[in-house]
Design a protein around this ligand. Structure first.
Ligand SMILES: NC(=O)c1ccc[n+]([C@@H]2O[C@H](COP(=O)([O-])OP(=O)(O)OC[C@H]3O[C@@H](n4cnc5c(N)ncnc54)[C@H](OP(=O)(O)O)[C@@H]3O)[C@@H](O)[C@H]2O)c1
Length: 326
């Protein structure tokens, strides 16, 4: 038996129950992993609260790093002792688990488990947003990152500015603004200063930005649209404040805007794409293009508290749940 956090019905942090679970032996195409570090993601809160009605009971958590301890039939490219990480599916909130070998990526020797667990999902998301959409980010491109001091936001600022873009950020506190600036954002706006679209217009001589990365959703969507210039792209990739209201097409027509709602899974659903995306993230970490800010660590058993702190906007950068201290 190992310990895991199980969700049997949607609710608050108390809905995550620290229980004994049987892991068993790996089946065809599976390996067993002893996990060391688990990445916390805002999606875990959506799952716990039932925003998306996944059938329960389930063990939440999408991202972790650990060591292969057993290999099932048909697995040829992994062996006992290999260090692996993953980003997707469920089942990460556990000391040990079974996982399909095809979903795992090897962790380079220069990257520790805490970094791998905190960076893979958020880093792949940042890579997808910056490099895989129809507008490529580079010199001369102006991007606006909402929640610029968050887990994904911090990586977007660093990577976006390294690609040569002019980076604008929006955050809620002075401390978060200081971090976003350190991460390469050229202009950081505080929400308390009022309508950020107006400020963006001023800063860009009325032109607006080319891309808005909006992970906040309901509270920011309309301002995000206003902040765009003609033919701009709004990328709604998260809904931390709730889902935006339905969008009349006429709103896009005014400036020939593009609206995109990407999900990482659709950019990494072949083995080739997954390995390529993870490779980009590990290379960016290794070369120093991005640096993971692990600003919070909690024992895995306290994932509920960690989620509450993320939801209450108390966190910055990445949060990692440690299995050893559970
Ligand atoms: N589409 C995909 O495939 C994909 C993949 C990964 C992540 N995501 C999305 O990316 C976003 C960022 O994820 P993360 O794990 O890195 O979280 P995060 O950005 O570290 O945390 C959320 C941040 O959103 C801001 N926020 C604004 N309004 C909020 C509200 N009403 N409630 C809570 N937070 C609010 C807060 O920053 P301020 O205090 O500065 O406003 C908060 O720190 C999430 O929306 C997540 O769903 C999407």
């Amino acid at each position: 038996m190992v310990k895991a956090l199980k969700l049997t019905k949607y609710g608050g942090p108390e809905a995550l129950q620290w229980e004994d679970v049987e892991v068993g032996e790996p089946g065809e195409g599976q390996v067993r992993i002893r996990q060391n570090a688990v990445g916390l993601n805002f999606f875990d809160i959506y799952v716990r609260e039932g925003l998306y009605p996944f059938p329960t009971p389930l063990i939440p958590g999408q991202e972790a790093a650990g060591v292969v301890t057993a290999v099932g039939p048909g697995v040829t490219d992994l062996k006992v002792g290999d260090r692996v990480a993953y980003a997707g599916g469920f089942g990460a909130y556990a000391e040990e688990r079974l996982a399909a070998a095809a979903t795992l990526v090897p962790i380079p020797s220069n990257i520790d488990d805490v970094t791998a667990a905190g960076a893979l999902l958020k880093g792949c998301t940042a890579h997808m947003l910056l490099n895989c959409l129809h507008v490529k980010v580079g010199p001369g491109v102006k991007i606006l990152v909402l929640a610029a001091a968050g887990g994904v936001g911090s990586l977007l600022c660093q990577w976006g500015s390294a690609l040569g873009a002019t980076v604008f950020g929006v955050v809620s506190t002075e401390a978060k603004a200081a971090q976003a600036k350190e991460d390469g954002a050229h202009h950081v706006l505080l929400q308390s200063e009022g309508d950020f679209a107006e400020k963006i217009k001023e800063l860009t001589n009325g032109a607006g930005v080319d891309i808005v990365y909006d992970s906040v959703g309901k509270d920011t969507f309309m301002q995000a649209l206003e902040a765009l210039g003609p033919r701009g792209l709004i990328v709604c990739f998260g809904v931390a404040s709730g889902s935006p209201d339905p969008v009349p097409l006429g709103l896009l027509t005014r400036k020939s805007l593009w609206l995109h709602r990407p999900i990482l899974l659709h950019y990494t659903n072949t083995r080739e794409d997954l390995l390529a995306c993870a490779g980009e993230v590990f290379n960016a970490l290794s070369s120093g293009i991005i640096k993971l800010r692990v600003n919070q660590k909690y024992p895995l058993a306290q994932a509920g508290q960690a989620q509450e702190d993320l939801k209450a906007r108390k966190t910055t950068g990445s949060t990692v749940l440690l299995v050893d201290s559970a």
